[in-house]
Design a binder for this molecule. Sequence first.
Ligand code: NAP
Length: 278
Amino acid sequence: MQKPTIAIIGPGRAGSALGRALHAAGYTIAAIGGRNPDNVRNLAEELDARACQSPATTIDVADLTILAVPDDVILPLATDMVESLCSAAGKSAVHLSGAQDRSALRPLAQQGSLRTGVFHPLQTFRRGPEAVANVAGTYFGIDADPKFRDQLMQLARDLHGYPFDLSGVDRALYHAAAVFAANYPITLLAEAITLAAQAGVDPETARLGMTTLLGGAVNNLRGLEPADAITGPASRGDQGTIQRHLDALKKDPELQRLYQLLADRTRELTPKKKEDAA
Ligand SMILES: NC(=O)c1ccc[n+]([C@@H]2O[C@H](COP(=O)([O-])OP(=O)(O)OC[C@H]3O[C@@H](n4cnc5c(N)ncnc54)[C@H](OP(=O)(O)O)[C@@H]3O)[C@@H](O)[C@H]2O)c1
């Protein structure tokens, strides 16, 4: 299958990481478009691409345009892109959002032969060049018509990723799941660091120690189900320890309620392990 040339609109976290990974995988990055001229120029220079200061015009420069912009910008940008489109022949466009379906690109889908789809990296990308390290091994949720879907599946495999079908999947629920997996553990980590510092641990040690602890928990998950990987008082049934934690959290009733809810859900998780073993 011939590799399409690529344009990326939005040299932010996801757009830069995918741009760098596609370039390393042998794809031609024909253009970078976006809002901030410096960000556009810097990534374009790095990837030997043309810098397009008017984002909508990038669609005429490449076979496949990736809209790597915030979710709420996808539809208005797709609308602007229609205005700039010279020819739809052989062109395709995807967005990277897990929360939005293909309808966010409907102004483009209405342009004759122009193919549209969703290419959602089920991954978390930080700012900066280090983010590219997360691309390999990523699961990519894909929603597109069959022929275009095959091309996007190949794109995911060329990135050393694992494509899967997102058609018919409830996007809001799917994306809420992704947020639970990738974002809220970090919110909980921030609470943990604050609590450890309040308890009297030196703040920098609290940050490094708690972050290393989370890293250990994630390592334990490799090759194990959550019910088998989890440790701690709720999974052991140490009710006395849980009560001491709840007492210690009295000054922050919201956090105390959150702790209780998580302890209850953790208890519900562990019996499954015992039933499975029986
Ligand atoms: N980051 C992740 O971990 C991740 C993972 C999976 C999927 N995604 C998806 O990827 C997409 C981008 O997310 P992100 O996290 O990469 O966001 P981000 O880091 O904020 O980057 C967004 C990019 O879009 C540009 N932009 C914003 N408004 C624009 C506009 N009106 N016209 C043109 N360009 C505009 C920004 O320009 P500036 O350069 O001026 O800021 C920036 O380059 C979203 O759909 C998100 O759901 C992200």
